[in-house]
Design a protein around this ligand. Structure first.
Ligand SMILES: [Zn+2]
Length: 280
């Protein structure tokens, strides 16, 4: 009787060991699968950044700009690159030393340069009149805040196995290096749909985004990083980032399908002695 009990116990133990082993195997396979998928995702993300970098290094960038203004003989808009609305801030153009901004709250604690607050409020109000639900998800950022966001992105790339140098470079295609981001000027806002707040490619398909893409120029805002111009803007994909440039400039840019870099380059050719300056 004792022997039988002993066998039963052994059987139970064996069965339990089998179950535990199976669970372990499933667990290990899941972890391996997740790891492979994660690596693939990382690879895709890194590749996207590398693609943008390569695009930037090819002649496409210059060709794109030349294509825009090759037929232009006369300046057909009354704007100058020194206008405050046209402040160019990007990887190669840091925010000017000592730049200061007077802020005004628009809604939900979001602040922008007070000179653009009314236009932004009007744009949001008109979108809401159309039954849409736009939501500001990012506005003025201090340098410290930008630094924090950038550091987090660098950390993420490092976790994915990049060296510090690599991580810093790749992060910069997604989050502006502090001092080179428009949010620090108070002239830019990120707007999403209240119903869909994830910052991914589907954002562009929301009714809010479609309305903004079609109408933001009427309020002086330009979609700052058009996907098809990333070789010039050097920013991956941000269909939710709107930059105030003034109504006339935004209208011109929209009509001529220009991003800010191209538009500034276009204006520069009419400004004495500076035509050949490489801006971007
Ligand atoms: Zn933004």
């Amino acid at each position: 009787m004792r022997k039988v009990e002993g066998n039963e116990i052994r059987n139970i133990i064996n069965t339990n060991i089998c179950i535990i082993l199976m669970i372990l195997i499933v667990l290990i396979l899941t972890i391996v699968y997740k790891y492979i998928m994660y690596k693939k995702e990382v690879q895709a993300s890194l590749q996207t950044s590398v693609n943008v970098k390569e695009l930037y290094n090819t002649t496409n960038r210059e060709e794109a700009i030349i294509r825009k203004d090759e037929n232009k003989k006369e300046k057909d808009i009354d704007s100058n690159t020194s206008d405050w609305e046209l402040l160019l801030v990007n990887k190669n153009h840091k925010i000017p030393e000592g730049y200061s901004v007077e802020l005004e709250e628009v809604e939900d604690g979001h602040q922008v340069d007070k000179r653009i607050a009314e236009s932004l409020k009007q744009m949001l109000a008109d979108a809401r009149k159309e039954g849409l639900s736009p939501l500001i998800c990012s506005s003025y950022r201090t340098n410290a805040k930008q630094q924090k966001l950038y550091n987090n992105k660098v950390k993420e790339y490092k976790r994915w196995g990049c060296s510090s140098e690599e991580a810093e470079e790749l992060a910069s295609y997604w989050v502006a290096i502090p001092g080179t981001g428009e949010h620090e000027t108070g002239l830019a806002v990120d707007i999403v749909s209240r119903d869909y707040q994830i910052l991914d490619e589907k954002q562009e398909q929301t009714d809010v985004q479609r309305w903004l893409i079609d109408n933001s120029y009427k309020y002086g805002f330009a979609l700052r990083y058009p996907t098809d111009q990333k070789e010039i803007t050097m920013i991956n994909y941000e269909p939710w980032h709107y930059r105030y440039v003034g109504v006339d400039n935004a209208t011109y840019m929209k009509e001529h399908d220009m991003c800010l870099e191209e538009y500034i380059e276009y204006l520069k050719q009419f400004e004495e002695g500076e035509y050949n300056e490489i801006l971007i």
